[in-house]
Design a protein around this ligand. Structure first.
Ligand SMILES: Cc1cc2nc3c(=O)[nH]c(=O)nc-3n(C[C@H](O)[C@H](O)[C@H](O)COP(=O)(O)OP(=O)(O)OC[C@H]3O[C@@H](n4cnc5c(N)ncnc54)[C@H](O)[C@@H]3O)c2cc1C
Length: 372
């Protein structure tokens, strides 16, 4: 029997779900709010882990393409003291493929491939148990009915209220992002500072992390503890005002490190929110969640990996043609909840240590997780 299935959201979770279903010849309606593939910048770099994101790409038949595009050397990680002293300079072995980096836009394009995305279709709400199936309400006023609706619509999911009343809470840590283009040719000093992968500096309740993307593009993240309204007297669209405010916040740090802020372009504000660590819900027939919609956690290298693996796993069980679709979804949820809770605990504890009153905590965490 062929079920009518919709996935809401074309991020890592929704695209992987749709692509694996497509590989198995199963139709799916992919409803995406963005008006087009390039409606907004795709974001920075992702490290995809063996056994998580890479396993998902394998299930989608895309592992070889991933290996050709990804940057194993991007796993390199350097930690500096606030005075610019190099404290750690870790580089991967040449054959290390545990967590290579890849641009988010490249992953998106790999997964999109032959998929027929319904762009510009924002979902406003989902109503289960209404007659013939689950009714999806769209911003254009239309309604469509499905046997299964998968909410892969991220942190501020419009599908989630159909199964759970949980809403993301602010962690107390905010992130302000800027980027630098053509770093190798225009800013060779910063290129050397950042190296092949990431560079991080940890101070009291603040950090500065720079990550190399492909094509000489570097993203810089200033993360610090602050009230959600820290920018109440600041126009976030005014790059120079944000730059001055950040430079004041990081006052006393070494000049080469602060140059990452001085030479960046526009700034994007991303306060870090999370869902409760063990977010579960009473199963609702015909609706489920995956990815950030189900388990938003601090951005410490797990969210996209989990989102993709969940997408691949649910697609495989749906494609297997279960006699009882609902049973398959229940089994998926149990597995997702247990795995996501483990990662949510780790990343929540990780954020506490990385943006901490005691910067030695960040170094200790690095030494704990990074193979020497
Ligand atoms: C700075 C930063 C760095 C990160 N680095 C990493 C990393 O290295 N590795 C890693 O694993 N994770 C990383 N993460 C986390 C990762 O980005 C997320 O966990 C991941 O994107 C979640 O994927 P998703 O598909 O669940 O949701 P999203 O990526 O949020 O995608 C949701 C999609 O749904 C669409 N949508 C939203 N609302 C609607 C609606 N109402 N109707 C229709 N469509 C809708 C959106 O337009 C979007 O396309 C990082 C996060 C941040 C902020």
């Amino acid at each position: 029997m062929s079920y009518r299935i919709a996935v809401v959201g074309g991020g890592p979770a929704g695209l992987t779900f749709a692509r694996v279903l497509h590989r198995h010849g199963h139709p799916v309606a992919l409803l995406e709010r963005d008006s087009a593939r390039d409606a907004r910048p795709p974001g920075g770099t992702l490290d995809l882990h063996q056994g998580l994101g890479q396993l998902a790409l394998d299930k989608a038949g895309l592992l070889t393409e991933f290996q050709a595009l990804s940057r194993p050397e991007g796993q390199a990680m350097r930690i500096l003291d606030t005075d610019g002293t190099v404290l750690r300079d870790w580089r991967p072995r040449p054959d290390d493929r545990a967590n290579p980096e890849i641009d988010r836009g490249q992953v998106r394009d790999l997964l999109l491939g032959p998929l027929d995305v319904q762009w510009g279709r924002a979902v406003t709400r989902v109503v289960p148990g209404a007659g013939d199936g689950v009714v999806v309400h769209l911003a254009d006023g239309r309604q469509e009915t499905f046997d299964l609706v998968v909410g892969a619509d991220g942190a501020w999911s419009r599908v989630r209220p159909a199964v759970s009343s949980a809403t993301p809470q602010y962690t107390g840590v905010t992130s302000v992002e800027t980027s630098i283009d053509d770093v190798d040719t225009r800013h060779p000093d910063l290129a050397r500072l950042v190296g092949d992968g990431s560079m991080a500096v940890y101070g009291v309740n603040r950090s500065l992390v720079a990550q190399r993307n492909s094509g000489g593009h570097v993203k810089v993240h200033a993360q610090f503890r602050a009230p959600l309204d820290w920018h109440a007297h600041l126009d976030l669209a005014d790059a120079e005002a944000v730059r001055s405010s950040l430079l004041a916040r990081y006052d006393g740090w070494a000049d080469p490190v602060l140059d990452l802020l001085r030479r960046g372009g526009a700034f994007v504000h991303r306060p870090l929110h999370v869902l409760p660590v063990s977010h579960t819900w009473t199963h609702v027939p015909g609706v489920t969640l995956m990815g950030d919609a189900a388990h938003l956690m601090p951005p410490l290298g797990a969210g996209a990996n989990l989102a993709m693996l969940e997408g691949a796993e649910l697609a495989e069980s749906v494609a297997a043609g279960p006699a009882d679709l609902d049973e398959a979804v229940r089994a998926f949820e149990e597995r997702m909840w247990a795995r996501a809770a483990r990662w949510a605990r780790m990343t929540t504890a990780g954020l506490e240590r990385l943006v901490s009153p005691d910067p030695a905590e960040a170094l200790a965490l690095f030494d704990q997780v990074q193979p020497s």
